[in-house]
Design a protein around this ligand. Sequence first.
Ligand code: C2O
Ligand code: CU
Ligand code: CU
Length: 493
Amino acid sequence: MKRNQFIKLSAAGAAYTLIGGYSGLLSSCSKDENITSAGDYIPVTEGSFNTPLAFPKVMQSNFALTPQLTAGGNFKNNSLSVYGYEAGSILGPTFQFTKGQPVSINVQNQLSDVSNVHWHGLSVPSMMDGQPHQLIQSGSFFLYSYTVNERATLCWYHPHPHGDTARQVMKGLAGLIVVTDDEENALNLPGGDREIFLVIQDKRISGNEISYSPTMNDVMTGFMGESVFVNGIYAPYHEVSTVQYRIRVLNGSNARIYHLALSNGKSFAVIGSDGGLLSTPQTVNSILLGPGERLDLIVDFSGQNLNDEIFLLSKTFDAGTAQGLQEFRIMKFVVNKIESDSFQLPSALSLITLLPESQSVASRNFDISNQGMNMSGGHMHGSHTINDLSYDESRIDETVAKNTIEVWTFDNGQGTEPHPMHLHGVQFQVLDRTGGRNAVQPHETGWKDTVLVMPYEKVRVIIPFGANTGSFVFHCHNLEHEDDGMMLQYEIT
Ligand code: C2O
Ligand code: CU
Ligand code: CU
């Protein structure tokens, strides 16, 4: 199942042996001074920001997906050979669900590979969750059906076949899920063309192909690309007027972390994250967003002049890793209209009841520091683990009682790579972070399903497990790490 990956890895392994052998490798593979040796930090190449941004079509009924090889996206005004969820487009349609709605989604796999669909952020029955071993064969279909129980939020869907998730997502398979509810509707947040959805993804482009053939170093750092796309469009621009916009962002990249900020230096408000609205808006100048995480932002363009250009940036950040060394521009906003704005951001958004630690019936510790490479089958390959275990579909690693609350710790205290840790089946709250950034971040004050654990950090989350019994996975959402085994299973009984 790892296909290309294995071939490349063994080739890279041979090169490494010449450099200094296995023990040198373990220490070298995650330190930045060595990253230039092979897989490399891939610097971003900025485009000219002259292609208009577009948005996937929105579907409110008759949900269906047909993963297939097609042409789509926009790279310097040419389309690419991609995997799409329908003919002629990269990224699938945006599904709009309402809280409480029963949905059925027929997925007809027209790829020549096994695939499936996972509903990232939704709590659905184990059987419907699109887990790594629940596969749809090439040429077959599966009817996913479940009830949408979540409060208003931005979630997403993507394939999850073990060992091939990273490649399929990189080739274009992903889509947004917008859940609405009465509580959010009552806030009258900016909507229509003042609500913008941005899927940020980096890709390596060669010719009209999205190339994906990770080297061993790519597996260690995660696979990064030189070209940053928004909604499948390389270096786009979008016209705005001088009002407040609700900008909803998914970091749909395999491994790249973005340190989002605006080029006009203005602050913006974070009003929500993975699991919906926060209790109060959090004003920030910049925010670090890991793969799989979402943000709900209010960005105010008032006071700008006609034709002003404001860029969404990724600023540098210090993680002691391959990432964060470069500031780059992601997309451009162009002011094309002066308008006045009556929207007032409410100071209270939602009621988030913080779960007290005293309600927790168990705590579990997961060591995610220890990542390396090893030799097996005659090949050097990465070995990404949680508690020194790598994913085994036939093994249940943790058993949890339904309708109970637990505290889980992701301990990257000795680690030198960032790991965005994600749990299926639940939304959780972040209790605390020690080491590294040493604080719960502004967008972590509500409900989350993915939490970025940077090097030297230990993050504790409190999780209310629901009534859906069965097994679910939890894993690093750096998709190379995940495919490499950094994923375990828990069972709700
Ligand atoms: Cu988006 Cu198992 O994850
Ligand atoms: Cu998920
Ligand atoms: Cu990881």
